[in-house]
Design a protein around this ligand. Structure first.
Ligand code: ADP
Length: 665
């Protein structure tokens, strides 16, 4: 049956021919080329007015446009990489070191000479092959029999084993069997003078990489070895290549990822995992309807036109809340070097090799990341910046960048140090520098507008602490700690949140009633239990605190942590709750300028907690002068930079009694 009118027929043929040519010139893997051709032959038979036709054409178009074999050449010069990372980022010393170590491993893997083992009982053949392959820059060992080969393999790793089939006790086939079991990554190439089809088939079935019949041409051997190594090197390169950057927002995770791509000379792209709702967003939609699309990974690869970009998967910890399907398994398929060589996107319906993509994950916290994913990542922790670091970054990077981006010239706007310090302290309260950058952008935008209003007759502007308010309005943050006085029933605590460390005030109140404990302020289960433990501790030590025995019979107690809209949890607020209660019940005010963190036990010990660094930074941001930290966190405190410990006294405390003595006036 012919569906077409005559004129349609002509156009249809032209389209088919164009697609055919695109398929041949797309350098697709053989298997995919076949799929495309099959699809094309189906299309040739159906009417261009059907939906299937459109779906088919879009599909083939997609296939031919993917960068199947298009890669950027890696630049693995470490000195250059170090320079690029330093030029774009202030500080982050240990993080840069970790990243460079990671890249160094890559360089070594790339430059490592491949090792080849020749197994042949004929001395002349063995020597000849060894001679030729050594000249090809391989590291070669040669042995006369299977036993010798096993000894060599046990002593060190080989990439390729070139073995004769007929030998003494352990023949080539036996050797192949044992290698496949013990060294599955090693490629085995069979060589024999008695080439018969059945033995060739048997060897390939058992997992040999290739089969050469004697007499063979040297070029043939060279080509086969090269191919075997190519598939193997990429594999070794990608193992453990999933870096995961964790830390509060605005601490430079994304921009460091971008710099790594720059240093390697690779393309860079980002996928925000937090925005994905469905497995199909990762694995693609089946192409049964018009508008079906591949997943984001394949989409990005097509967009950057390279099959080895650096892909940053952002917000790993935000995935899964309302995700349809299992995000962890879909991500594993993408990330796991064992699986991603043959990643099948549902739309493509053909394997795409993701093994040369460098994935970098980012997350604010790791608590919600599934264990199988965590196992495959090399975690690098980013922490918040100190006031000094922020000031440096602002004057070296953020101000010049914003001045440039808002169309102003460097001489037109000058930020005085005092202005930057004021913006940091009074207009932002964050671990990173995202809001700081926004505030600087706001100032620059206002100046840009003024400059346009005055049509060029514009004096250079110097922003100082005094003039900041003109641009940004009244200050945003007050210093709740130093600007207020000590109170009864209110204690200052430090907690860790997704956005870094934060200061909290725990309030306690008592009223006539009957032994009820009321807890409010969006506290999670663990925090509620801490409150109960704190109360029990005080009740069981009522005498020591000088609280009448029958007090609890006739009173209710209410514990509240303001900022009720924010969910809070974790055991580390235990000591703060206890001190708010102790202050309330003893009638002694709690020092507002001492902030504390620590888990408590019913016997009054203080247990160590996490996030010390972020908490110290939060304390300093809030102008706290003294911090109480569990004595068992001594190591974390000792690890802090001197810069970090400046202007704050950190007291290590072992027991609740010591904390009470320090805090209650
Ligand atoms: P994240 O990904 O951690 O949320 P970003 O990488 O988006 O943070 O950083 C926010 C901004 O701060 C970017 O403009 C970035 O260039 C800048 N920035 C962060 N850390 C540094 C640093 N150490 N030196 C220079 N600029 C930085």
């Amino acid at each position: 049956m012919n569906f077409f009118k005559k004129s349609d027929n002509g156009r249809h043929d032209v389209i088919m021919e164009e697609l055919r040519q695109k398929i041949t010139s797309a350098c697709m893997p053989e298997q995919v080329e076949k799929i495309a051709e099959q699809e094309l032959s189906i299309l040739a038979k159906i009417s261009p007015t059907t939906a299937e036709y459109t779906i088919g054409i879009t599909y083939i178009d997609y296939l031919v446009c993917l960068p199947w074999n298009k890669k950027t050449e890696d630049n693995l010069n470490l000195a250059r990489a170090e320079r690029i990372l330093s030029e774009n980022h202030y500080g982050l010393r240990t993080i840069k070191e970790r990243v460079l170590e990671h890249l160094a491993v890559k360089v070594l893997m790339m430059n490592k000479k491949a090792r080849i083992l020749i197994v042949d009982d004929e001395e002349i053949a063995r020597k000849n092959l060894a001679h030729v392959l050594t000249k090809e820059e391989y590291e070669v060992a040669a042995v006369a029999d299977g036993e010798g080969a096993l000894r060599e393999l046990q002593a060190s790793e080989f990439d390729v084993v070139l073995t004769d089939l007929r030998m003494g006790k352990i023949d080539g086939m036996d050797l192949l069997d044992r290698i496949k079991v013990r060294y599955p990554d090693t490629r085995v190439i069979m060589v024999t003078g008695y080439a018969t089809v059945p033995s060739a088939i048997e060897a390939m079935q058992k997992g040999a990489y290739h089969y050469l019949a004697k007499p063979f041409k040297l070029d043939e051997v060279r080509a086969v070895i090269k191919k075997a190594l190519e598939t193997k090197t990429t594999r070794a390169n990608t193992k453990g290549s999933v870096l995961c950057f964790t830390g509060p927002p605005g601490t430079g995770k994304t921009s460091l990822g971008r710099s790594i791509a720059g240093a390697l000379g690779r393309k860079f792209t980002r996928i925000a995992l937090g925005g994905l709702k469905d497995e199909a967003d990762i694995r693609g939609h089946r192409r049964t309807y018009v508008g079906a699309k591949p997943g984001r990974v394949i989409e990005e690869i097509r967009r950057v036109e390279s099959s080895n970009p650096v892909i940053m998967l952002d917000e790993l910890d935000k995935v899964g809340r309302d995700f349809k399907g299992d995000p962890a398994s879909a991500l594993l398929e993408v990330l796991d070097p064992e699986q991603n060589r043959t990643f099948v996107d549902h739309y493509l319906d053909a394997p795409f090799d993701l093994s040369s993509v460098m994935f970098i994950l980012t997350a604010n916290v790791l608590d919600t990341v599934p264990a199988p994913l965590r196992d495959r990542m090399e975690v690098i922790e980013f922490s918040g910046y100190t006031q000094d670091e922020k000031a440096h970054i602002a004057s070296r990077f953020l101000c010049p960048k914003q001045i440039r981006e808002k169309g102003l010239s460097p001489g037109q706007v000058v930020f005085a140090d005092s202005a930057v310090a004021k913006i940091i302290q009074e207009y932002t309260r964050e671990a990173g520098i995202r809001n700081l950058e926004r505030k600087i952008a706001t100032v620059c935008r206002k100046i840009a507008k003024a400059s346009v209003d005055r049509q060029g007759a514009f004096e250079p502007v110097r922003i100082t602490a005094e003039t900041v308010e003109q641009y940004l309005g009244k200050r945003k943050y007050r210093f709740d700690v130093i600007e207020e006085h000590d109170r009864i029933g209110v204690a200052t605590g430090l907690v860790r949140t997704e956005t870094g460390g934060d200061i909290i005030f725990v309030e306690a109140a008592k009223m006539k009633g009957s032994k009820e404990l009321i807890i409010t302020g969006s506290l999670g289960d663990v925090m509620q239990e801490s409150a109960q433990a704190a109360l029990s501790y005080i009740r069981s030590n009522a005498d020591a605190f000088g609280i009448p025995d029958n007090f609890f019979e006739h009173h209710d107690i209410h514990i509240h942590v303001p900022s009720g809209a924010i969910q809070k949890d974790g055991p580390s607020a235990g000591i703060t709750i206890l001190l708010a209660l102790a202050s309330l019940l003893t009638g002694r005010a709690a020092r507002r300028d001492i902030a504390m963190t620590g888990e408590i036990t019913l016997t009054g010990r203080i247990l160590p907690v996490g996030g010390i660094k972020e908490k110290v930074l939060a304390a300093k941001r809030a102008k706290v002068k003294t911090m109480i930290v569990p004595a068992r966190n001594r190591d974390d405190v000792e690890e802090l930079d001197e810069e970090m410990k400046k202007d704050i006294e950190i007291r290590l405390v072992d027991s609740v009694v010591d904390a009470v003595q320090a805090v209650l006036v």
